[in-house]
Design a protein around this ligand. Structure first.
Ligand SMILES: Nc1ncnc2c1ncn2[C@@H]1O[C@H](COP(=O)(O)OP(=O)(O)OP(=O)(O)O)[C@@H](O)[C@H]1O
Ligand SMILES: [Mg+2]
Length: 236
């Protein structure tokens, strides 16, 4: 396993937010974490990154215990993260936003190669490379947020609601870019609240509800599980 979360319990103040959460991400896997608003998706991603401190349980990344690591340490270890609110620098250009990300983690790829890689995955960003964060659309900001995470040359990527608030026309385009990143050999964890946004190339799905994993399996299995489907899709 590349990433293994075992029986994780996370509290925010006095509230028990994540309850015995376990997930596994294998080599070359794209997994999706589906859950309604407030289910605990962002909290899980933030816990993996080290922003939230678990009460108990463990997080293992490439065989190393990262449960108590800081966000800086997990990023250096190779966990890339594109948060829900694409936290790009509005005053910087598209290119500068990507450049900055290349400085954090040293790997075999230099700055130029990483920028080229980001542009090859998101050609739109190359066209708008001199625009500032305030001069690109919401969809382009989502792309830039993923491109920045990719520019760190991470081993894996955690993407929080990459399709949220986007027009149906742009969603397949971003999904295809994510697929391309996965095909380059970087496992991806996609958090999604809208089950209809989950791309069909996803290998495994986890459903989280009130801080608990209530389903794990293939998408076909989820489609046959009416009780779980009703929770995440509101389907009868
Ligand atoms: N800083 C905080 N203080 C108190 N409660 C919080 C805080 N952050 C999150 N929570 C609570 O933790 C629970 C899980 O929130 P989380 O943001 O992880 O859900 P989510 O699945 O990402 O939802 P969404 O789809 O709306 O992004 C919610 O009940 C939320 O109210
Ligand atoms: Mg969230």
């Amino acid at each position: 396993m590349v990433l293994e979360v075992r029986n994780l319990n996370v509290y925010i103040k006095a509230s028990h937010i994540l309850r015995n959460v376990s997930i596994e991400m294998g080599e070359n896997e794209v997994i999706s974490l589906i859950g309604r608003n407030g289910a605990g998706k962002t909290t899980l991603l933030r816990s993996i990154m080290g922003f939230a401190k678990p009460e108990s349980g463990s997080i293992t990344f490439e065989g190393r215990d990262v449960t108590r690591c800081s966000p800086h340490e997990t990023a250096l270890a190779g966990i890339g993260y594109a948060p829900e609110e694409s936290d790009i620098f509005a005053d910087l250009t598209t290119l500068e936003n990507i450049e900055i990300a290349t400085w954090t983690r040293k790997t075999g790829r230099n700055e130029e190669e990483r920028i080229k890689l980001a542009y090859s995955v998101f050609p739109t960003l190359e066209r708008y490379k001199t625009r500032r964060g305030t001069q690109i659309s919401g969809g382009e900001r989502k792309m830039l947020s993923i491109a920045r995470a990719l520019a760190m040359d991470p081993r894996i990527l955690l993407l929080d609601e990459s399709f949220e608030g986007l027009s149906p026309a742009i969603i397949p385009q971003i999904a295809e870019s994510i697929h391309e990143i996965a095909r380059m050999g970087r496992p991806i964890l996609l958090a999604e609240s809208n089950i209809y946004h989950v791309p069909d190339f996803v290998d495994k799905i986890y459903v989280i509800e009130r801080g608990e994993i209530i389903f794990s399996g293939k998408s076909e299995e989820l489609l046959n599980d009416k009780a779980v489907l009703k929770i995440v899709a509101g389907a009868a």
